[in-house]
Design a protein around this ligand. Structure first.
Ligand SMILES: Nc1nc2c(ncn2[C@@H]2O[C@H](COP(=O)(O)OP(=O)(O)OP(=O)(O)O)[C@@H](O)[C@H]2O)c(=O)[nH]1
Ligand SMILES: [Mg+2]
Ligand SMILES: [Zn+2]
Length: 366
């Protein structure tokens, strides 16, 4: 590996007391705010210099190798730190070294579930994360203009929706599809709670995504329907489960791995919404091989790093019709002579997908 030594400017230690040992639980947003606090903000605060090794292959920055560091995988962000699995059943509660927080200039997230890290162990319960390995396979979204990494180092994302309670939101599925594909991950669409509906009612939406070439699994954590197919797809892979609160993400993981017994809660009767039972992302090993990351239900999935003109590229069924648009820069929204709109009118593009495109393009929520 070609390596290069560089001198980098580092920010002065935080003026406030360091949080290193303070591991009291914070919620996801507080953690993000913490990370946001720590962006490098001005030259006036750059006081120390340190030698960092940068690797030409992956562009990652890290300090010189240290044999006393042990590798681990982040199970869950927790307060200002996180839980790290060192393997063989050893789990440490770890703080994050200040220098890593200082380097997290890109966005809100210093550390995310799934991160591969190097840890300096302090005792059999605690340690400090000294290094974060380069991430592959990120699922991220945008919150208040910044990148929020939901999970890292996964192969695929299971987009979980429910047939009813809460009601299926294809436009949310479409947003997930864009962020998953733009993150170079494989999407799998899972429509849970099919025990509560007549399968024939779901057929149009299942058919719509299957026709686009996506893997779609109608399933039920309650009746067991579709679960053998789901298990087959999860085996040996690192998979994040994502979707609204109450759709049954944690329930599905419990069915695949009953010993986990993850907490789940009824959907609120009046609102038909979930209760945000899972509050931080958590990685779980599967006994059949592979990992799953359970994530908290999210209300909104704003796209990170996808500009409006690029959105149409993710609607693969539009591609053959775009050349029939009068203008090369057609947005397929207000133009009258538009190949995409004609294809919608002829039934060659699903209305549902076109409606999603318009909402996402116009920046409307779901
Ligand atoms: N009828 C039916 N109910 C289900 C099914 N899967 C989950 N549920 C119920 O749906 C409710 C919500 O399930 P959870 O697993 O907590 O949902 P979640 O997606 O993890 O929700 P958050 O953690 O809040 O994001 C629970 O009451 C489950 O028992 C299913 O296949 N059929
Ligand atoms: Mg949950
Ligand atoms: Zn057009």
């Amino acid at each position: 590996m070609s390596k290069r030594k560089t001198r980098v400017d580092l920010r002065k230690n935080r003026v406030n007391a360091p949080r290193r040992r303070n591991l009291k639980p914070l919620d996801e947003n507080q953690l993000d705010d913490l990370a946001a606090d720590q962006r490098i903000s001005g030259k006036g605060r750059l006081t120390r210099r340190r030698t960092i090794i940068s690797s030409a292959e992956d562009g990652s920055l890290r300090e010189a190798d240290d044999p006393s560091l042990v590798p681990g995988r982040v199970l869950s962000p927790r307060g200002g730190g996180c839980l790290v699995d060192l393997g063989a059943g050893r789990i440490l509660e770890c703080a994050i070294r200040q220098v890593l927080k200082d380097m997290a200039v890109e966005g809100r997230t210093v550390i995310a579930a799934g991160d591969r890290v190097l840890v300096r162990q302090q005792d059999d319960r605690q340690g400090v994360i000294e290094r974060i390995e380069p991430r592959t396979g990120i699922l991220a979204r945008k919150i208040r203009g910044q990148k929020h990494v939901l999970v890292t180092n996964v192969d695929q994302v299971l987009i979980v929706g429910s047939a009813v309670t809460p009601k299926l939101k294809p436009s949310l599925i479409d947003r997930y599809l864009i962020s998953i594909i733009s993150g170079n991950l494989r999407p799998i669409i899972c429509i849970n709670k099919v025990d509560l509906v007549d399968l024939a009612e779901l057929q149009p939406v299942v058919g719509m995504y299957a026709q686009l070439g996506y893997e779609v699994i109608p399933c039920s954590a309650r009746s067991g329907q579709g679960l053998s197919r789901l298990k087959h797809l999860l085996k040996g892979k690192a998979t994040a489960l994502a979707g609204q609160s109450g759709v049954g993400k944690s329930s599905l993981i419990n069915t695949v791995e009953p010993s986990l017994n993850i907490r789940t809660l009824e959907v609120t009767e009046e609102t038909g919404k979930g209760q945000h039972t899972t509050t931080s992302a958590r990685l779980w090993p599967l006994s059949m091989g592979g990992w799953v990351i359970d994530t908290p239900g999210i209300r909104q999935m704003d796209l990170w790093n996808v500009i409006p003109d690029e959105i149409q590229a993710y609607f693969i069924e539009f591609h053959p019709f775009v050349r029939e648009c009068q203008y090369a820069n057609c947005t397929h929204i207000h133009e009258t002579d538009c190949g995409v709109k004609r294809a919608v009118a002829r039934g060659q593009i699903a209305r549902q997908r076109f409606a999603s495109y318009c909402r996402i393009r116009l920046g409307d929520g779901d």
